[in-house]
Ligand binder design. Structure first.
Ligand SMILES: NC(=O)c1ccc[n+]([C@@H]2O[C@H](COP(=O)([O-])OP(=O)(O)OC[C@H]3O[C@@H](n4cnc5c(N)ncnc54)[C@H](O)[C@@H]3O)[C@@H](O)[C@H]2O)c1
Length: 322
């Protein structure tokens, strides 16, 4: 598998390292010649270019990995798909649902992979939550909520919803495997005009499940947590924990069938399953290569990516509408 990476800023080098290990890294591209020089010695087998089109013109190239700034994603992904290349593009692949739909259609038409880089989906802790939900161990899932808070990093170009929310949103939609029918958000731009620092999002799904996200860079707590409340058990994924990434609480409300009494609560054991320490980025890159090789549902990853962009767009509209 012959891969080219575009964008060698902060994140791109991590992708280049993984694809160099897992496949053949044959092109690196960045607008900044200094970034190219910095990586040329590390990847002597790869050709360098500051002109993205040079890379696409190489017929032997199978796939393009895009780690450039968000506003460039749609155009670069589109050009790559039109050039017949499989695409893995950092999240979100487009800033508007209509653009994302266009990419999804283009990929489907040409039977190419279009995979958004939703890294958190590959975290073994998130995989464990998915396994618990799909295996019915939590009972009927009622609600999910995410906490992604910290003091900083204060961004200037994207608000807390786009910078932080895209992670939790991709995971919540993946876990529930449903498109929200209601997506509303409230927030405030305390530090910079038009850039919300604190955002609260509410989602409701056709099955009746609900979800919430608290996203903020104006908070005393550093939290990276997702809580799933089921009728029979509850589970928490806490990425700040080193050894107890996932905790399962055998707790639930219950009511005696034979009486018309009040609800009571039951508190049983608390389990801490072992979670592998595999690097999520490595798992993500391996998944992309498997899809390119024809293994797995390549159209579903693109459609799931579109669901995230649609929800982001609706949340943004709601936020702006106040
Ligand atoms: N999955 C994650 O956890 C994670 C973490 C960090 C960043 N990201 C994503 O990675 C992407 C890049 O973020 P970053 O922090 O590395 O940004 P960055 O600004 O540090 O790097 C972007 C690089 O892209 C280059 N570039 C811009 N336009 C280009 C073009 N047309 N062709 C080739 N190169 C071009 C720039 O010169 C720059 O070197 C963003 O989409 C970001 O959301 C993901």
């Amino acid at each position: 598998m012959r891969v080219g990476v575009a964008g060698l800023g902060y994140w791109g080098p991590n992708l280049a390292r993984n694809f160099d290990d897992l496949a053949e890294l044959i092109w690196i591209s960045d607008l900044d010649p200094a970034r190219l020089t910095a990586f040329a010695t590390r990847y002597p087998e790869a050709r360098e270019t500051s002109t993205y089109a040079d890379m696409l013109a190489d017929e032997s190239l199978d796939a393009v990995v895009i780690a450039t700034p968000v506003p460039t994603h749609y155009e670069l992904a589109k050009q790559a798909l039109e050039g017949g290349k499989h695409v893995m593009v950092e999240k979100p692949p487009a800033m508007q649902a209509a653009e994302m739909d266009e990419l999804v259609a283009l990929a489907a038409e040409r039977d190419l992979v279009l995979m958004p880089g939703h890294l958190l989906l590959y975290h073994p802790g998130v995989q464990k939550l998915k396994e618990l939900i799909d295996g019915g161990e939590l009972g009927e899932v009622l609600c999910v909520y995410g906490n992604r808070q910290n003091l900083g990093i204060v961004r200037a170009n994207e608000n807390a919803l786009w910078s932080l929310g895209v992670h939790d949103l991709s995971v919540i939609l993946y876990l529930l495997d449903e498109e929200p029918e209601v997506a509303t958000a409230q927030g405030r731009d305390f530090l910079q005009d038009g850039v919300e620092d604190v955002v609260f999002c509410y989602l409701r799904f056709p099955s009746g499940k609900i979800a919430h996200m608290h996203l903020s860079w104006l908070d005393p707590h550093k939290m990276r947590r997702l809580t799933v409340v089921g009728r029979d058990r509850m589970a928490v994924f806490d990425d700040m924990e080193l050894e107890r990434k996932v905790t399962i609480y055998d707790k639930a409300p219950w009511k005696r069938a034979e009486t018309y009494g009040e609800w009571q609560t039951r508190s049983g054991d608390i389990f801490i399953p072992k979670i592998p320490t595999s690097e999520p980025l490595r798992l993500e890159c391996e998944h992309f290569l498997r899809l390119v090789a024809g293994d797995g549902d390549r159209q579903k990853v693109a459609r799931d990516g579109a669901m995230v962009v649609r929800a982001l767009e609706r949340l943004t509209d709601s936020l702006r509408a106040g």
